[in-house]
Design a protein around this ligand. Structure first.
Ligand code: GDP
Ligand code: MG
Length: 431
């Protein structure tokens, strides 16, 4: 129901030519209600609301974009920002230290992660650093046995530092080492000191904080304390298969300035998913199709004068490419159209044909954090600029690289056409 009132609020903006303050405020109120019901921290909701209001009223709608599309785009961008940066999961040598209170799902997630990396072909080992919970070693070693992953532990040892010291020696062959830790019911000095010691001792590559989706406002405090102690670099939200929407965990994202790495979606060892911001946002708002809505809004953008002739003659900027993709997206399968063009020997990777509406939205967000110079001539983008752009857009460097790769491919295709005589009228072809 919340989702539908949000849609109603958006509808009120349709057809408007000037951004209507009252309509934006109404929309923001609906958004606030939805987010707070999903346990998102009030302060975060207020910041987001303010940003949406300010940006909607102050930013110029992109050329060809209606008011509704303009506001929807900003709402979407701000929500994506709330999810924190995208976290890459590397497949190299690494040690992962699990943090979180008892019952959050650390042990279960340790086994799920072991399975995840094992499926990627890596040698995985686990150390049970929980000396607090009775039967802790039994629990994790049983899970590890099921998937044939070695698990080091000692149910008779009460000092976690000693166990991990021994464990580190005995699992020398592992490419991915996951250290499960104790949780207790509340944050105490001893608990924090122990995880600091384990972190120093294991020189952990990652320190991931496990948060129960049902955890509400306490998530901030927990995240802050763990982050101060060991510099959390990723959040895992468990029990997303239940009724909770996981909004509380976004406080952990904000406190740690990290992103969500995985989602736990069930009790079995296979129930682990990589985080998907679009799916998470839709669930948070109780509307299944925000993504589709954004896509439709994008489609509604009128494509203006894609000046093919000037592109054939001169430079081909990122903006040109975007317009191209937009035009082509409106017309149907890119592959079909490209196949009608005399592209010579240009080898176009298959995924270039699959630039969906969602991708287009992401590209637009990435392009928004580029300077004019970069948009005009993407060749100037080196690795430091790439990182700046990625950070600004809440994207991964890989995503930026992908966008640039598409640009290069299309540029090459156009050069091929120019080589083919340039007589070809692409514009007419596309009508
Ligand atoms: P720990 O104390 O942090 O190690 O938490 P555990 O891994 O022992 O998990 C506590 C409880 O939550 C167990 O009953 C798990 O089966 C359950 N659990 C963990 N992750 C999930 C999940 O993603 N979905 C569901 N439904 N249950 C989960
Ligand atoms: Mg445990």
């Amino acid at each position: 129901r919340l989702g539908s009132s949000l849609k109603d609020a958006l509808k009120k903006l349709a057809g408007k030519t000037v951004v209507d303050r009252a309509a934006v405020e109404e929309l923001v109120k609906d958004l606030q209600r939805a987010l707070i019901q999903s346990d998102v921290n009030v302060k975060l909701v207020m910041n987001l609301s303010q940003a949406i209001k300010t940006r909607s009223l102050e930013e110029e709608p992109l050329k060809g974009m209606g008011v509704r599309e303009h506001v929807l785009r900003i709402v979407y961008q701000e929500l994506v920002g709330l999810m924190g940066p995208e976290v890459e999961v590397t497949l190299g040598q690494q040690t992962i230290l699990m943090a979180g209170l008892q019952g959050s799902g650390k042990t279960t997630t340790t086994a799920k992660l072991a399975r995840y990396f094992q499926r990627k072909g890596l040698r995985v080992a686990v150390i049970c650093g929980d000396t607090f919970r009775p039967g802790a070693y039994q629990q994790i070693s049983t899970l590890c046995q099921k998937i044939n992953v070695p698990c080091f532990g000692d149910p008779n040892e009460t000092d976690a530092v000693k166990i991990v010291t021994k464990g580190l020696k005995s699992v020398g062959q592992a490419e991915v080492l996951i250290i499960d830790t104790q949780g207790r019911h509340a944050l105490e000095e001893g608990l924090i000191q122990e995880i600091v010691d384990l972190n120093t001792l294991s020189k952990a590559t990652h320190r991931w904080l496990v948060i129960d989706a049902a955890l509400g406002q306490q998530a901030s405090e927990q995240a802050r304390r763990f982050h101060q102690a060991i510099d959390i670099d990723g959040v895992i939200i468990t029990k997303m298969d239940g009724t909770a929407k996981g909004g509380g965990a976004l406080s952990a994202v904000a406190e740690t300035k990290s992103g969500i790495v995985f989602i736990g979606s069930g009790e079995t060892i296979e129930d682990l998913e990589r985080f998907d911001p679009d799916g998470f946002i839709s669930r948070l708002l109780g509307m299944g199709d925000l993504k589709a809505l954004v896509e439709r809004a994008e489609e509604a953008i009128t494509t203006e004068d894609v000046d093919v002739n000037s592109m054939l003659r001169g430079k081909f900027t990122l903006r040109d490419m975007y317009k191209q993709l937009e035009a082509v997206n409106k017309m149907g399968p890119l592959k079909q159209i490209m196949s009608m063009l005399p592209l010579g020997n240009v080898d176009i990777p298959n995924d270039v044909y699959e630039v969906t509406g969602t991708k287009m939205v992401r590209y637009r967000i990435i392009m928004d954090s580029m300077t004019n110079e970069e948009l005009d001539d993407p060749a100037v983008i080196g690795s430091s600029r790439m990182h700046r752009i990625a950070t600004g857009a809440g994207a991964s460097p890989d995503e930026v690289r992908e966008l640039l790769r598409y640009h290069k491919t299309m540029q090459r295709a156009l050069k091929g056409m120019r080589g083919a005589g340039g007589k070809f009228n692409m514009q007419r072809m596309m009508k």
